[in-house]
Design a protein around this ligand. Structure first.
Ligand code: CA
Length: 676
């Protein structure tokens, strides 16, 4: 999410003790006025078209008057008709209907609040929009479905620890000339088969298949505010954490933002192509704030209601972006739940990543997960278990990392493993366990056991968290980098300045080996498998493509690194021992070797025992050496297969055999052995 003004503050909030439980059900005196408002949870909000005509229903309990304006065009021209709306006080709904099916037309709402007509708005439930999302569009969704859509389905997920997430931005993946992709920066980029780099290596969807990830996590793809869809020749770039219309796709990713059907159809085509390749699609969703305050669609339809405020009526700002939404109020909670259900139903989306999830309350997140499970049990929901500023929402109600065990079927990112492995995100030059900084061993171990209760992990020595906050490994997403902050390559270049690039590549391999062998769900940032960088720009949310686009010529240049990632992913997929599903299993089957970190820092060694989680291997030995010197470990006698050593990996243990005894582990490297 961007911009990260207050993450240090957020971290302080996380580690602080919780305020005493407050009795009030709302968060401020100001917001208590909204509790009594009537609510409406029908699925016919704002627009429906059926054989009796076109029907509009706007929720706005305190408006004095409301009207619908009908247009021929999505952007210009006067309304050809204005429909007055009638009010139902019991639901807060304003209604209007016409007997025709108005396919191809556009509409806005306008309300009179306290004697003043507010600006026009497409409402909060526009599912199709004109260019730049200012007017809602009336389209026939049946006409947007690609061939075979009725039977389209994402991959079945038995356990969330089986998921391997690849986080990508549409432009990063395809804009660079080396992508060989025709539809650069578009949803359609991932529908192109057979694309290659100048060196003839696969790119695009074929690259994803070759790498072996199970899910792509697409950065915000709903209609966002900051890119002018009428000036796409400017090639403006944005991550998209500035929501405008939550229920329509972003226009700049379509081949024609002025055609409301194009963005819908093309996004579905992308999802269909990924599903056909066996890959699931996770959407990054940002219900926690809106791009605008008073001019947001929320404020223009029901002023005051959807955002939180301090006692004096000022917008509160836990997002660091000017406001925060009020998931604890029923109409907003229902909105989040229904919006995710809509994406799952209409677009067959396989998961949701909640930005600044701790702005939402745990009750809302539980309802989201429970409702989505009814649609598709394979849907994976996870989020950032922190805020970017203080919120009126009581800490014990927030969907914080520390509160993840109060939730069901929700996972959180582990900033523990992220900061411990590669160094802290706030200090570019800070090193981590994998780059030779001592004292982080226990925090890395918290990551390895997915923040579950383990008899050999001392949480008091943890850097970020002080207690086993996850009841199950399926509550944890492990990673070393994402779109935020320095990407792994840039972090290694800054923190290992002066060392040869070879060392950085070995450290990259080690860092990801820690993530991909740890319990929980692994997550990686697109392009790191080809050593992509962002030229040292940490907050590249609006940097040009020259900073953000992945240069696919890197795939040939860093072939060895790519093959290592591919091997790591294959190892994880073929060995369930890395994907245990309960805390009890981890406590029983994962055993750390005794190492005195004060004498031999940057060394961790553990075994996965007892054919863990049904693994064909009786024991897997995993050793990490994060120091810049070789270190020695004592491996018990046995007939061991070598799975990984000195920057090489063979998922089937094809790197030779050894019989135990003293083994040297190269600097910045992992040793993985298996005893069948
Ligand atoms: Ca837009």
């Amino acid at each position: 999410m961007t911009p990260r003004k207050s993450l240090i503050m957020a971290t302080m909030l996380l580690s602080g003790t919780f305020a005493p439980l407050l009795m009030a059900q709302t968060n401020s005196a100001y917001d208590s006025q909204f509790i009594e408002w009537p609510t409406y949870n029908g699925n016919d909000l704002e627009l429906t078209v059926d054989n009796s005509g076109t029907h509009f229903k706007l929720w706005s309990p305190k408006a004095k008057e409301a009207e619908v304006k009908l247009y021929d065009n999505g952007h210009t021209g006067e309304a050809f008709k204005v429909l007055p709306m009638t009010f139902d006080a019991s639901t807060g709904i304003w209604s209007a209907s016409v007997p025709e099916k108005l396919y191809g037309k556009f509409y806005t709402f306008r309300i009179n609040q306290d004697g003043k007509w507010l600006k026009e708005t497409p409402g909060v439930w526009a599912k199709a929009v004109g260019v730049n999302g200012n007017r809602a569009a009336i389209i026939d969704f049946a006409q947007t479905n690609p061939e075979g859509w009725a039977t389209d389905k994402g991959p079945e997920v038995k356990n969330f620890s089986d998921v391997i997430v690849y986080e990508m931005h549409h432009r990063d993946m395809s804009m660079h000339p080396s992508s060989g992709i025709a539809n650069k920066g578009k949803f359609l980029a991932l529908t192109e088969q057979g694309t290659t780099s100048p060196q003839g290596l696969t790119t695009g969807i074929d690259h994803l298949k070759e790498l072996g990830v199970t899910h792509v996590h697409i950065l915000p793809s709903y209609d966002y505010n900051s890119v002018d869809e009428m000036n796409l020749q400017n090639n403006t770039y944005n991550w998209g954490y500035d929501p405008l219309n939550y229920n329509a796709p972003e226009g700049s990713y379509s081949t024609n933002p002025s055609d409301p059907k194009a963005r819908v159809r093309e996004m579905k085509e992308m999802i269909k192509a990924l599903h056909d390749a066996g890959i699931g699609v996770i959407m990054d969703v940002v219900y926690n704030h809106t791009a605008e305050n008073d001019n947001s669609n929320f404020e223009l339809t029901a002023p005051g209601y959807y955002h939180r405020h301090w006692d004096d009526g000022r917008y509160s700002d836990a997002s660091g972006c000017g406001n925060e939404t009020a998931s604890d109020l029923k109409q907003m909670r229902d909105y989040i739940v229904n919006s995710t259900k809509y994406w799952a139903d209409e677009y067959h989306v396989d998961g949701f990543r909640f930005d600044l999830m701790a702005i939402h309350d745990t009750e809302t997140m539980n309802e989201v997960a429970a409702e989505l499970k009814k649609i598709n049990p394979s849907i994976f929901v996870y989020g950032e278990g922190w805020t970017a500023g203080d919120s009126p929402l009581q800490p014990e109600r927030r969907a914080l990392k520390e509160n993840v065990s109060k939730m069901t079927d929700i996972a959180v990112f582990s900033d523990d493993i992220r900061d411990a492995v590669k160094g802290h995100y706030t200090d570019a030059s800070d090193r981590g366990f994998a780059t030779g900084k001592p004292g982080l061993e226990e925090t890395v171990k918290i990551g390895i056991v997915a923040a579950t209760d383990h008899p050999q992990v001392n949480y008091k020595k943890g850097n970020n968290s002080k207690f086993p906050y996850a009841k199950s490994p399926e509550m944890i997403v492990n990673y070393v980098s994402c779109h935020d902050d320095l990407c792994l390559t840039d972090k290694l270049r800054k923190s290992m300045a002066g060392e040869p690039e070879k060392n950085m590549i070995e450290a990259a391999k080690l860092a990801q080996t820690i993530v991909f062998t740890s319990q929980g769900t692994p997550f990686m940032f697109a392009g790191e498998e080809v050593f992509r960088d962002k030229q040292g720009v940490h907050n590249s949310y609006n940097s040009p493509d020259s900073i953000n686009a992945i240069d696919w010529s890197n795939k040939a240049k860093y072939k060895d690194l790519f093959n290592y990632y591919k091997g790591l992913i294959e190892l994880r997929k073929s060995h369930p021992a890395f994907r245990m599903t309960t805390a009890a299993d981890i406590a029983k089957n994962l055993k750390f070797d005794k190492i005195d970190s004060s004498k031999t820092p940057n060394l961790i060694s553990y075994s996965l025992l007892n054919h863990a989680n049904g693994d064909e291997w009786e024991e897997i030995k995993v050793v990490f050496n994060g120091s810049d010197k070789p270190q020695t470990v004592d491996i018990k006698k046995g007939n061991w297969l070598i799975v990984a050593t000195d920057g090489l990996i063979s998922p089937n243990g094809g790197l030779g055999r050894l019989e135990g005894g003293k083994q040297t582990v190269a600097p910045y490297s992992a040793l993985i052995l298996a005893r069948p």
